[in-house]
Design a protein around this ligand. Structure first.
Ligand code: SAH
Ligand code: SF4
Ligand code: F3S
Length: 447
């Protein structure tokens, strides 16, 4: 690779995959701003493009090579930019990317992106660089202070996974479970709120495995952290995602009933409703234990909106086993959910299991599952019609005087009125659609 005569000045970060990647993408942007770069305006060419990738399913991982191709051939923008590949594909396939895609200057894993500025200095000199080390805490320590103003913000509190579900790449791409220290998180949360955030979503691959020592040196879990953050006066809403059923403590269940700022929404993946499949997936919980847990959470917070993740067509899944998943869906009554066809991932135990399921069978099962889930979601939305609730205004709608925001149950709500982004407003939910609700503005809270 040749040295560049004109060092890059503008950048664009494109994040794929989960919310943790969105958080990482924002932080990479902040690092680049500090180095004197500026974000390329929408629609304009960027000198540097960071592809912040996801490895969770085959389609997501393969997309990266076509994105690189389009950037290099001038199909995405007029001038080919300098390219950095970050995120989970970088971690899993760093060397392969370097050999398959000569136009890539930098490959940086999710735990090493704080070193991006040094890598850039090398890239400008024409040296290609790969960094897929995993010094997780060091990364957070060397990131600049948060600056963005937004009504809603993500805050990564925990990273990595020790669960090793047999289908999943996350333990390999994100490393083992680590919790960021309590004091750092309280500081970052206060800074985000000072900058305008009214809602914070705490993030982690297994966020409810977070643990730490509070200011008095007492050992606490995620519930303790939530209770502490709830004391920040201008922070009005707290959410967290994603949890594993086995890391759910009685303290966290109680939090849902006691902490008003903790929103009534819980994303708790189950993957399958059949115990043999759950065992083969190494989920380490049963359908029954999952349902019992949800009952406890509902007892603490009866109006809670439940969400989940599902995989259809795991190796060996029979029609009868799949039907157990359908039954579980109806038993829970999800407000919202994500469902996927099983995708064999290199290096995971399930990829080499016998009885891989044919694509047509998976297509059929996914369609039937999604029908159920959509019906559940419609019913949940309909159950809210006529009620009053608060909405945090997130952005302008398509039409004059129209605004969009989220209900406490994470539904999209649109309404008309004289408000601004970041307002917490009281609306009456007048009509429920499958994916959003229409609200009528009642009042704007003084905050
Ligand atoms: N840590 C979280 C989320 C992990 S990834 C959890 O355990 O719940 C998000 C979702 O992607 C998973 O919950 C699962 O439903 C799905 N997923 C992961 N690996 C997959 C694979 N190989 N094929 C299809 N879906 C997968
Ligand atoms: Fe993947 Fe399972 Fe860990 Fe979730 S708990 S990240 S699905 S290994
Ligand atoms: Fe994808 Fe990595 Fe998140 S594989 S889902 S970006 S942890």
């Amino acid at each position: 690779m040749k040295p560049t005569d004109t060092p890059p000045k503008t950048y664009r970060v494109k994040s794929f995959g989960c919310q943790m990647n969105v958080y990482d993408g924002e932080r990479m942007g902040e690092l680049l701003n500090e180095k004197g770069f500026s974000q390329a305006p929408d629609g304009e060419d960027a000198d540097l493009v960071v592809l912040n990738t996801c490895h969770i399913r085959e389609k997501a991982a393969e997309k990266i090579y076509s994105d690189i191709g389009r950037l290099t051939k001038g199909k995405t923008q007029k001038k080919a930019p300098m390219i950095a590949v970050a995120g989970c594909v970088a971690q899993a396939e760093g060397e392969e990317i370097m050999s398959r895609a000569p136009s890539v200057s930098m490959v940086v894993g999710p735990q090493a992106y704080h070193r991006l500025p040094d890598m850039l200095d090398k890239a400008v000199k024409g040296e290609r660089a790969t960094d897929t080390d995993m010094p997780a805490i060091a990364k957070f320590d060397s990131l600049p202070a948060r600056k963005k103003r937004f009504p809603t913000a993500f805050l990564t509190v925990q990273e990595g996974c020790d669960k090793f579900c047999t289908y999943c790449v996350v333990p390999y791409t994100r490393g083992s479970e680590i919790s960021r220290p309590f004091g750092d998180l309280v500081d970052e949360a206060m800074r985000i709120v000072d900058n305008g955030a009214r809602e914070i979503t705490l993030l982690g691959q297994n966020v409810n495995a977070w643990s730490g020592d509070d200011a008095k040196g007492r050992s606490i879990g995620l519930d303790g952290l939530i209770r502490e953050l709830a004391k920040i006066p201008d922070l009005h809403r707290i959410r967290y995602t994603t949890s594993h059923p086995n890391d759910f403590t009685p303290g966290l269940v109680a939090c849902h009933g006691e902490v008003e700022k903790l929103m009534p929404y819980l994303h708790l993946p189950v993957q399958s409703g059949n115990d043999r499949v759950l065992k083969a997936m190494n989920r380490q919980h049963t359908a029954e234990s999952y349902l019992r847990l949800l009952e406890e959470v509902r007892a603490a917070r009866p109006d809670i909106a439940l969400s989940g993740d599902f995989i259809v067509g795991f190796p060996g899944e029979t029609e009868a086993e799949f039907k157990d998943t359908l039954s579980l869906v109806d038993e829970v009554g999800y407000a919202q959910a994500y469902s996927f066809k099983y995708s064999p991932r290199p290096g995971t135990p399930a990829a080499t299991m016998d009885n891989q399921i044919a694509k047509e069978v998976m297509d059929d099962r996914l369609q039937r599952l999604q029908e159920r889930l959509n019906r559940n979601q419609k019913a949940f939305n309909a159950s809210k019609a006529g009620q009053n609730c608060t909405v945090l205004v997130e952005r302008k709608g398509k039409f004059e005087n129209q605004w969009l925001g989220k209900s406490p149950w994470l539904q999209s709500v649109w309404f008309e009125g004289d408000v601004t982004i970041g307002d917490l407003v009281e609306v009456n939910l007048v009509e429920a659609g499958p994916n959003s609700l229409e609200g009528a503005l009642r009042e704007v809270a003084a905050i």
